[in-house]
Every structure is written in C-alpha cells, then in structure tokens.
Design a protein. Structure first.
Length: 208
C-alpha cells in the first residue's frame, strides 16, 4: 500500500516538472502589479501562444515584436516625469532600447510635424515642441505602436481615459506629454529621423 502511494507521489512530481519544462514565456508581477511577459528568443511549439508573433510554423499570428518612436514632450520633461513615464512603459512590456534628450529647433519640429502643416494648431504646436528639451526614444515590444498608443491615451489630455499617460502627465490637446507613432511604417520613418543603425542594434529582436 505504502509503495503504491510513493509511486503516485513521485509520478505527480515528475508530471508537474515536465509541464513547466520548455515553457518559453514567464509572467512576473511588475511594481504596479501589471504582468510583464519575457519572451524567450528560441521558439518551440510548446510556447505557441502567439505572444512572440509567430505560430509553430513561424508564420505571423498578429502579435509581432515591433518598435515605435516615442517623444516625451517639453511639458513632461520640464515637469520631471521622464523616469515615471519610462517605468510605466517597462512595466507594460515596452522596452526603452534607445533614448536621447535634445532640444528641437523650430525647423526640426516643423519637419517632424510636416503632415499637420496647414492645421490651425500647426504653428503653436511647433513653437511648443521647440520650447524646451524633449526625450526621443525607441520603444520595442509586442505590437509596440498600438501598445504605446493604448498607454498614451487620447490626444486631448483633458478627456483622455484616467490612468493613461496623457491624462496623468499632460494638460490639454497640445501639451499632452507624449508623442507616439501611429503605424509601423511611420514608426520606422520617425525612428530614422533621430537614430542611426548603430544606436538601434538591440531594438529589432527580443533581447530579454
Ligand atoms: P496624436 O497622434 O494623438 O499625437 O495626435 P495628432 O497626430 O492628431 O496631433 C499631433 C499633435 O498635435 C498632438 O499630439 C498635439 O500635441 C497637437 N494637436 C492635435 N490636435 C490639436 C488641437 O486640436 N489643438 C492643439 N492646440 N494641438 C493639437
Ligand atoms: Mg499623430
């Protein structure tokens, strides 16, 4: 009888160990209680849950590891919110893989926001973006563009959803703390405006 119990107990331990082995994704609790998923670079059918953007045969599943350009605008930088905003990105699986603090000239701001030329707010937007230091950064993570936009919140800080970066650190529809690219294509174009290839060597792959 005791022998049967020992065999069952050992069998259960082996089963539990085997179910954990080969699991490529681990969830850990970050400071704010948000789950952060670390994705192992080596892909195996066991971790075929779509979080690394590929299925077992390597085809895309809709969740891709991508990157986006983020700018912490003059109000966020002058307000001393750089570290708090970066911590929020990291906690939510967006990794700051390149970053620099700089002061845009009015001409550089005009070039960056060229697509908005002619809008009633274009002049004041470019004045504002060149009024103080900004922090430009590349964020990398699963579906980085949409994840960042979700964390940023709506354009107008006054009406953005509570808990978003813009609601917490911005003021209105212009002084809204952060910029984020709006598509993968514009992300790559915007990144190229500020960063060279050598500065982006860790940005294209899961590196953690
Ligand atoms: P975003 O993608 O959410 O940043 O919004 P847009 O691409 O439409 O606008 C670019 C930036 O222009 C915004 O982040 C704001 O800083 C500014 N902006 C947009 N709409 C307005 C507006 O109605 N008034 C003012 N003053 N600024 C605006
Ligand atoms: Mg935009």
């Amino acid at each position: 009888m005791w022998f049967r119990r020992v065999v069952i107990a050992v069998g259960a331990i082996i089963f539990v160990e085997a179910s954990h082995a080969g699991c490529g994704r681990s969830a850990v609790e970050a400071d704010g209680g948000n789950p952060v998923f670390s994705i192992s670079p080596a892909h195996s059918p066991e971790d075929d849950n779509g979080t690394d953007g590929t299925s077992a045969d390597g085809t895309a599943t809709g969740a891709l590891f991508t990157r986006t350009l983020s700018i912490l605008k003059p109000d966020a930088v002058a307000g001393g919110h750089v570290n708090a905003i970066n911590a929020r990105f990291e906690r939510n699986g967006l990794h700051v893989v390149a970053q620099k603090r700089l002061r845009l000239t009015k001409e550089q701001a005009e070039k960056f926001y060229e697509i908005h030329r002619g809008k009633p707010y274009y002049e004041s937007l470019c004045e504002y973006m060149s009024s103080g230091d900004v922090v430009v950064q590349v964020l990398a993570g699963v579906n980085a563009v949409s994840k960042n936009r979700e964390l940023m919140g709506a354009t107008n800080s006054a009406t953005a959803r509570p808990g978003t970066i813009r609601r917490d650190y911005g003021t209105d529809s212009q002084r809204n703390a952060v910029h984020g690219s709006d598509s993968d294509k514009t992300a790559e174009q915007e990144i190229a405006l500020f960063f060279g290839e050598l500065e982006l060597m860790t940005g294209a792959h899961p590196v953690f």
